[in-house]
Design a protein. Structure first.
Length: 337
């Protein structure tokens, strides 16, 4: 190949490697749908030519930057906050900056304004942490040519997205308590308009029904320890309650206090399982059995879906469901064999 007197371009890499410039772009962005031999050949061409991606030039050509917009609820809740942090790290590892647009309310006006701001920034793609139906509906007018991925959206929507299998997590928690010898399991849910709450309610109810057990009345709450304490004060006065599954660990913390004040011991009198595996869960008294969500896996999968859309990859999965993990501790130990 003749020596290149100018700075090498992506087309030069493509020519030397014998591939298309789209394939070179996919290799640079670490897209998974590239054969390993092709990836090695492209990397060798990049090294031989001394090619360096010109991100500014790419932005001028595509009309978009190396910037990903995120739309999220302004929240300090462990799940959404951790999800956002993990996505920012995954994007940074891939060479992208992240612009976060937070909203207090998931209504059309608030979310529309955030999307417009992201479009003005010429973002390369958009990630929406949309944990309620209102959030999804508010984003119905996103331009069709803008790559978009939903995190924690409606798993039945058909939109490109990544979710944790909330139903499977709830089923594992409920099944664990039944296997420990409890006749039934009470459930304290999060807000019922959240997709996460709905999935956990579904998994809890399905497991009890399939086992032929009584389904106790659903107790709805928010995500706070204060609401857990309020609900726990009622449950602590009910001797028939021997097993409780809560929609998150903060609810479980409030219930632990209420049970303790009433002299109900955990797990001797009441077994308790939470959801999320917050960093403090292992230090509750007793340490909390809970369902761990792989937020890092969700973030990386969402980024992969977004990069796939940006690269026009055929066959890019539209929905990815990440399995959760039951973490067994002292608040609901494994049944003795």
């Amino acid at each position: 190949m003749d020596k290149i007197s100018r700075s090498p371009a992506m087309t030069d890499v493509a020519r030397l490697a014998g591939v298309s410039h789209q394939t070179v772009s996919r290799v640079l962005n670490d897209h998974p749908n590239v054969k390993e031999q092709t990836r090695i050949r492209v990397r060798a061409a990049i090294a031989e030519l001394g090619y360096r991606p010109n991100r500014a030039a790419r932005a001028l050509v595509t009309g978009r930057s190396q910037l990903i917009g995120v739309v999220a609820r302004n929240s300090t809740l462990y799940g959404p906050a951790t999800m956002l942090s993990e996505f920012e790290q995954a994007a940074a590892d891939a060479g992208f900056a992240v612009s976060v647009g937070s909203v207090r309310e998931l209504d059309r006006s608030s979310m529309g304004a955030v999307v417009e701001r992201h479009l003005d920034q010429r973002v390369a793609g958009l990630v929406v942490i949309a944990n309620t139906a209102s959030a999804v509906e508010a984003l119905a007018e996103i331009p069709e040519d803008l790559p978009v991925v939903f995190i924690d959206g409606d798993p039945a929507s058909g939109r490109p997205g990544v979710t944790v299998d909330q139903v499977a997590g709830a089923r594992a928690a409920t099944r664990h308590l039944l296997d420990s010898g409890h006749e039934t399991v009470w459930h304290v849910s999060g807000p019922t308009d959240w997709f996460d709450s709905a999935g956990r309610i579904q998994g809890w109810r399905q497991t009890l029904e399939e086992a032929g057990r009584e389904v106790p009345p659903l107790l709805s709450a928010d995500w706070s320890a204060a609401e857990g304490y309020r609900t726990g004060q009622m449950l602590a006065r009910m001797p028939e309650v021997t097993a409780i599954f809560t929609a998150n660990d903060h609810l479980a913390l409030g219930i632990l206090r209420a049970l303790s004040e009433r002299g109900r011991r955990v797990p001797h009198d009441v077994a308790l399982v939470g959801f999320d595996d917050v960093p403090e869960a292992a230090y509750f008294i007793p340490p909390l059995t809970t369902v761990r969500q792989a937020f890092g896996d969700v973030a990386r999968a969402a980024l992969g879906l977004l990069l796939g859309q940006m690269g026009d990859e055929a066959g890019t999965a539209r929905q990815i469901v990440v399995p959760p993990q039951l973490v067994i501790r002292e608040s609901a130990p494994s049944p003795a064999r």
